[in-house]
Design a protein around this ligand. Structure first.
Ligand code: 8X3
Length: 251
């Protein structure tokens, strides 16, 4: 068994993925900005599972850091079976004309350019191996837009397009490409979006959202299908949410 590379692994869906793949016996290659959290996670993963973990502080919005990260992966972590393009964020929920340009750049640099750079670097490795699986974190926001979602929704729509195009680029390479597109998941997502804990809490009040573990379960399932099976796209929503703008609480 080889390794699984997970970006943005210090919390939320990335962390849950690290936990489930470690339990499955995969070695892990992790990155995140918050090195203390990665350190702590790595300690726990190694204690609980007989796996190797390589981690490096990396800002997925910074091209040079992404190149350095991939360059630094130790030989004994190859082959890389799976790349989970998890790192991503939303900032703000203002109408476009009131949006903050720095926030837009952070989202575009992380959610689109970060995914492009690391994927470009990992594909040749997977081609050489003769196999691999790229799993992108999309969102229901890539399928449906909502007021104030403008740039965030556009970044996730880009991931939807990219996944489809990559499937075509990678035909005849034995590399699989999938996308997992969740609705409301209670992670630090809204706290990051609003930079406000109280406001973030309200998003998940009186509703049963998805949890990071629910998404990691699906990602693990996708990654562990037989080689001839490519699950191309999974939309996963809380039972109480039927679209971005329609849920049991507000209905
Ligand atoms: C997160 C889902 O609906 O908050 O990607 O944009 S949503």
């Amino acid at each position: 068994m080889g390794s699984v590379l997970i970006t943005g692994a210090s919390s939320g869906i990335g962390k849950a993925c690290a936990e489930i793949f470690a339990k499955g016996g995969y070695n892990l290659i992790l990155n995140a900005r918050r090195i203390n959290r990665l350190e702590e996670l790595t300690k726990n993963l190694i204690e609980k599972n007989k796996v190797k973990v390589y981690y490096k502080k990396t800002d997925m919005s910074k091209k040079d850091e992404i190149f350095e990260f991939v360059d630094s992966i130790p030989e004994d972590f190859f082959p890389i079976d799976v790349l989970v393009n998890n790192a991503g964020l939303s900032r703000g929920l203002e109408p476009l004309d009131q949006g903050n340009i720095d926030d837009w750049n952070e989202m575009i640099d992380t959610n689109i350019k970060g995914v492009l750079y690391i994927t470009k670097l990992i594909i040749p490795i997977m081609k050489k191996q003769g196999f691999g699986h790229i799993i992108n974190l999309g969102s229901i926001a890539g399928h449906e837009s909502y007021p104030g979602g403008n740039v965030y929704c556009a970044t996730k729509a880009a991931i939807k397009s990219l996944t489809k195009s990559l499937r075509m680029d990678l035909l005849r390479t034995n590399i699989r490409v999938s996308s997992v597109d969740p609705g409301m998941v209670e992670t630090e997502f809204s706290e990051v979006r609003f930079r406000d804990k109280e406001k973030a809490k309200k998003v998940y009040e009186n509703i049963k959202p998805l949890y990071a573990q629910d998404i990691a379960d699906v990602i693990y399932f996708i990654a562990t299908r037989p080689q001839h099976v490519n699950i191309e796209d999974v939309i996963i929503m809380p039972t109480q949410q039927a679209s971005v703008l329609l849920n049991d609480r507000d209905y």
